[in-house]
Design a protein around this ligand. Structure first.
Ligand code: A2P
Length: 279
């Protein structure tokens, strides 16, 4: 495992396990246990995923000390608009059955609210209930807005990123500010109509995969690592869960990293954070 050092000095695994859409409680628990057994030590959930209770149960049942796990959750838009992020975190902590989270993120920037929300996230950070605080789905202009009043720089910005949306300007901006970039949807999505299938068969990726005797999914995840981007792929399949973490025994060349980044088409799976419908 490689680790990112966040801007407050804490270490975060460069590869984590995403649990979006793992809503069935029994499946969520068994899948997280598989992931932990495969070596994952970072779990990424959100209050809107409605699985914080099974996430907490899986962590307890695994017997792994809490201090060895990096746990992320996110504040949903309703709490952001009401300005009660702290109460939302308390609810998440109760559901997760833990005293603290390692990272608490603003899930989406709600127009007219995210600036004040960041100030509440700073209060949360100072309370010690989150070892780090950050944002998700923030464009550079959202970061510029909160920068006007921040006294704590977000530790992480989690946003959609994969070879079809390589996000180079946003990654560069985050790094310049000391914000660690993190990707969601790194493999191109899970719904029919998403472009995972086409992406995983892309010739640039299959050629590189053959060279290293890896799968194209592993090449994409390793591309994240080479770029300093934390990835949190989700899988319910035991073989793919193990496959996705088996990316720390090879390195891509600079030319290969550039070739993958050149697959960018600025194509999104999810909504644009400037115009998403659920704010
Ligand atoms: P599954 O759970 O059947 O493995 P993302 O993290 O980009 O949202 O992607 C999640 C989707 O990608 C899920 O549908 C998951 O399906 C699939 N997936 C995860 N790992 C792999 C892999 N190594 N190869 C192909 N598909 C994968």
């Amino acid at each position: 495992m490689k680790y990112a050092t966040l801007n407050n000095g804490i270490q975060m695994p460069m590869l984590g396990f995403g649990v979006y859409q793992l809503e069935d409680s029994a499946e969520c628990i068994s899948t997280i246990k598989l992931a932990l057994a495969a070596g994952y030590r970072s779990i990424d959930t959100a209050s809107i995923y409605r699985n914080e209770v099974p996430v907490g149960k899986a962590l307890k049942e695994s017997g792994i000390p809490r201090a060895d796990i990096f746990l992320t959750t996110k504040v949903w838009n309703d709490a952001q608009k009401a300005g009660n992020e702290m109460a939302a975190l308390d609810k998440s902590l109760a559901a997760l059955d833990t005293e603290y989270v390692d990272l608490y993120l603003i899930h989406w920037p709600c127009k007219g609210h995210y600036q004040d929300s960041w100030l509440n996230m700073e209060r949360i950070y100072k309370s010690g209930k989150a070892r780090a605080v950050g944002v998700s789905n923030f464009h550079t202009h959202h970061l510029d807005d909160i920068k006007k009043t921040w006294s704590v720089v977000p530790a992480v910005n989690q946003f959609e990123m994969h070879p079809r949306l390589a996000q180079q300007p946003l990654i560069a901006y985050c790094k310049a500010q000391g914000i660690v970039p993190q990707s969601w949807g790194p493999l191109g999505g899970s719904k029919s109509g998403d472009f995972r299938e086409g992406l995983l068969q892309n010739e640039t990726l299959t050629t590189i995969a053959a060279k290293y005797n890896k799968t194209t999914a592993q090449i994409i995840l390793r591309w994240n690592i080479e770029l300093g981007v934390i990835a949190i792929p989700k899988s319910t399949n035991p073989t793919r869960i193990r496959e996705n973490i088996d990316i720390f025994d090879f390195e891509l060349t600079q030319d290969e990293v550039l070739a993958i980044s050149a697959l960018n088409k600025d194509e999104r799976l999810g909504p644009d954070p400037d115009s998403y419908p659920f704010q």
